[in-house]
Design a protein around this ligand. Structure first.
Ligand code: FAD
Length: 395
């Protein structure tokens, strides 16, 4: 039978291996992962695992029973596609079909590497190093008010630490959400007793302190850097695989790369969205769940399977459940359901009379109904849609 090799044993890699078996693939499936740990889920790392409410977040998958050969602690250093071979320190690994699922790696703060007390939050090892930091209830400085910064600040406040979040932009989540939607979220920091300093850059990090560009010296028992992540594709530099503007693997609508017999999925790859008419690079969990089913279908089946998801993600921050579905870039109308100063509200983005995206805070029912309305492209009436006491599906 054919040999499928998957590089990266995170959500996308594991789901690809599992989906291959679910879809009846009978050849060899080998999963290579750089990390030494049993494959695990990342979202709990900034939530329950960080607070010690969960020991770990290993996937509940019986690799042996599924006939998946799991090789952990194996970093792949290169791809020679002409030979259909990967390079590892333990020697070459041949493949018939290859799946790239190496995810993303956090962006480091220039000049902060190697300074004691400076942390990232991407891996189980990172979370385990941060757990005792929270328990010591230090002054903590978080660099970046993105998803990771907000979730880490939430956990640190819950653990009783003094938390200052430093953000270069004028608001939290500046890269992800428009100003009017993100602005109300700034108040969440203050509500939780965290200090949010926007328009602020880090000048340098010293042992025990962060110096800001206005000269302020913030005492810091620990510094957590959450300034984004980029695709982990350095090892593909000489492979002939086409990489995009963010150094991501450029995949097509079937998640095939520019090289024959090589697919890419999850945080490491972008794909053309037929639905939204642009190329999407998604760094969220649901994409690492859905994409693998398309990859497996294209490996196993005769009929081409096209990947065209409605993206979805969630975040748990400052006691709120935040959910987003769709993609709002092409929207022409923003419509509020409820008051953003209250605990529960929703923002709808429309293009013409169709819903294209939605952000729900504490309104999971809006999310569920909105997702179906986006998928079906149902025409909406703005009046009733803006009334939070009516169901979205009745608007
Ligand atoms: P990864 O999970 O990054 O897995 C890739 C794996 O490949 C890694 O284990 C890596 O070690 C390995 N690898 C890399 N290079 C090589 C190599 N050369 N050779 C071998 N192995 C290699 N998303 C949400 O939607 N909601 C959330 O609440 C949420 N919370 C999150 C919290 C945290 C702390 C983090 C870090 C992420 C969170 N995410 C969340 C995002 C979500 O976890 C990711 O989108 C998802 O993990 C992507 O899966 P992946 O398999 O593509 O990549």
């Amino acid at each position: 039978g054919r040999r499928v090799v998957v590089v990266g044993a995170g959500m996308a890699g594991v789901q690809t291996a599992v989906a291959l078996r679910e879809q009846g693939f009978t050849g060899t499936v080998t999963l290579l992962g750089a990390e030494p740990h049993q494959p695990y889920d990342r979202p709990p790392l900034s939530k329950a695992v960080l607070l010690g409410k969960a020991e770990g977040s290993a996937f509940d998958v019986d690799f042996e029973a599924l006939g998946i050969e799991l090789r952990l602690g194996r970093e792949v250093s290169g791809l020679r596609s002409g030979d259909h071979e990967l390079d590892t320190a333990e020697g070459p690994v041949p493949y018939d079909v290859l799946v790239l699922a190496t995810g993303a790696e956090p962006i480091r703060l220039p000049g902060a590497d190697g300074i004691p007390g400076v942390h990232l939050l991407r891996t189980l090892d990172d979370a385990e190093r941060l757990r005792p930091v929270l328990a010591r209830q230090h002054d903590i400085v978080v660099v970046g008010a993105g998803w990771i910064g907000a979730e880490f600040a939430t956990a640190a406040r819950e653990a009783g630490c003094a938390v200052t979040v430093v953000e270069a932009a004028d608001r939290p989540l500046a890269g992800a959400l428009p100003a009017e939607v993100a602005a109300p979220m700034a108040a969440w920091y203050a509500d939780a007793g965290a200090v949010l300093r926007t328009h602020t850059r880090v000048e340098r990090v010293e042992p025990g302190a962060v110096v800001l560009d206005d000269g302020t010296r913030l005492p810091a028992g620990a510094v957590v850097v959450g300034i984004g992540a980029r695709p982990a594709t350095g090892w593909l530099a000489d492979s002939g695989i086409e990489l995009g503007a963010h150094r991501e693997v450029v995949a097509d609508d079937r998640l095939r790369t520019s090289v024959p017999d090589v697919y890419a999925v999850g945080d490491c790859a972008s794909f053309p969205s037929g639905r939204y008419g642009e190329r999407l690079l998604v760094h969220h969990w649901d994409n690492a769940l859905q994409g693998p089913r398309t990859v497996a279908a294209n490996i196993v089946g005769q009929t081409p399977a096209v990947y065209d998801p409605v993206p979805y993600f969630w975040s748990e921050q400052f006691g709120r459940f935040v959910q987003y579905v769709g993609h709002h870039a092409s929207a022409d109308t923003t419509l509020w359901r409820g008051d953003p100063a209250t605990p529960a509200w929703t923002v709808c983005w429309l293009r013409g009379d169709r819903l294209v995206a939605l952000l729900a805070v504490g309104r999971p029912r809006d999310l569920a109904q909105g997702r179906r309305l986006i998928e079906s492209g149902t025409p909406m009436n703005p009046g009733p849609l803006a009334d939070p006491s009516l169901l979205m599906k009745d608007a």
